[in-house]
Write a protein that binds this ligand. Structure first.
Ligand SMILES: [Zn+2]
Length: 414
């Protein structure tokens, strides 16, 4: 048994201060008020850590992260395991490895790694969840840093037109190549349980049919990288889309006479929205408004982190094979295109409490509870008796001191 004593325990509805939490057999065995030892279930001598002045929160769950510390999910080899090994130092206990639009063979390599890491997890590594595909079926006008040569039409994919349906000219990235739109669907179908979220633009020709096709195979559909009108967005939600990819980024701005995709997401309770909480991708005022409109239970804090996350400014890294550079506030392609963030989940939590002004309870809801519930991870994302012991100890400045995964110490700052 491990006993974490005397900390501020961030429970789903309040902070227990001070409180003591016991871990046994990978689960939270007990949560009690007070900091005294010796009042916990006994039987064998516990390892006791005194954490007065510290916070304990449920482990962060990042459903949109491409990489960290120089590793990109599309690097091949053991990239997914390398990312999983590094994320606990940022308080992440589970994550969806996230891809940009890529060729089918590159996608297969990632999804094979996801399957392997889910079947046999490495010790002291974040849990690998089913992947998030920022897919080939996004709007070319709103592609951001995604390679144009990899984009395809949903209609062409569903019709299985070999070699047809190119959504754009060949891109400048190396790994684009020639492939049929339907080849991507074949990879998704083959790996279905290891695909958690598919981001697509529903306004593309065949987009709504693709929403239904994806849902029929299990993954969640996320609306994003899209120019969908309000009505087109509502049609996609009616077809079953329940997730939105980085609300406000790579979609037209909210207008009071043209609510568009952003307006449809904000007003629709069924849709949970990702927000990049780095203070740069979305202005803090808009973050506050979005959280107020949707409430913390419908918002997922994400990093959209890249291999550039965790590296010093000026360092080079990759995103889906394309070179990117670490900037002060984000990562950028060589032509200056914004290419994801340099954010990590510990700093997302710090920003939500500091810059945005949320309570630690609401910040933990965005960083842990909502993502766990949306992904159907029962017993995850909360500090509660019998919940899975995935949790993070933060100091008074909300920096990570320890990270536990299934009750095992996965990271310790000292
Ligand atoms: Zn992304």
């Amino acid at each position: 048994m491990i006993v974490l004593s005397g900390a501020e325990l961030v429970l789903p509805d309040r902070i227990l201060t001070p409180g003591t939490l016991a871990i046994e057999n990978g689960r939270i065995a007990d949560i009690r008020p007070g900091g005294a030892q010796g009042r916990m279930p006994s039987g064998h001598s516990p390892s006791l850590f005194a954490f007065h002045g510290h916070y304990i929160v449920p482990g962060f769950i990042d459903v949109h992260v491409h990489g960290v510390d120089g590793f990109d999910s599309l690097d091949g080899n053991t990239a997914v395991r390398s990312i999983a090994a590094r994320l606990p130092r940022y308080g992440v206990t589970a994550f969806c490895p996230t891809t940009v639009a890529c060729a089918p063979d590159a996608l297969r390599l990632v999804l094979d790694q996801v399957r392997s890491a889910r079947e046999t997890a490495d010790p002291r590594s974040a849990r690998v969840l089913p992947a998030h595909l920022e897919s080939n079926f996004i709007n070319p006008e709103y592609r951001g840093a995604q390679p144009m040569g990899c984009l395809r039409s949903p209609r062409a994919a569903l019709d299985g037109e070999t070699g047809a349906g190119r959504a754009g000219a060949s891109g400048r990235a190396g790994k684009t190549g020639e492939f049929a739109a339907s080849d991507i669907l074949r990879e998704i179908e083959r790996a279905a349980p290891d695909v958690g979220i598919v981001t697509l633009a529903p306004e593309l020709e065949g987009g709504l049919d693709l929403v239904r096709w994806v849902l029929a195979r299990g993954p969640r559909v996320s609306l994003g990288h899209s120019n969908a009108t309000y009505d087109e967005a509502l049609a996609a939600i009616a077809a079953g889309a329940r997730h939105a990819t980085h609300l406000f980024n790579r979609m037209p701005p909210l207008g009071h006479r043209a609510p568009g995709l952003a307006g449809a997401i904000l007003q629709t309770d069924e849709v949970a929205a990702e927000l990049i909480c780095d203070g740069f991708h979305v202005h803090p005022a808009i973050v506050r408004m979005a959280i107020a409109a949707k409430r913390p239970s419908r918002v997922l804090a994400i990093t959209d982190g890249t291999a550039a996350s965790g590296l010093p400014v000026g360092r080079r890294a990759r995103l889906g094979g394309q070179p990117i550079t670490v900037g002060e506030s984000a990562a950028f392609l060589d032509d200056g295109t914004l290419a994801g963030s340099v954010l990590t989940m510990d700093r997302a939590f710090q920003g939500l409490v500091g810059r945005i002004g949320l309570s630690p309870v609401d910040a933990a809801t965005l960083c842990s509870t909502t993502p766990a519930r949306e992904l159907g991870l029962v017993g995850h994302g909360v500090l509660a008796p019998d919940a899975v012991a995935d949790l993070v100890v933060l100091d008074a400045q909300f920096s990570v001191v320890q990270t536990y995964i299934a009750g095992q110490l996965a990271y310790s700052r000292t």
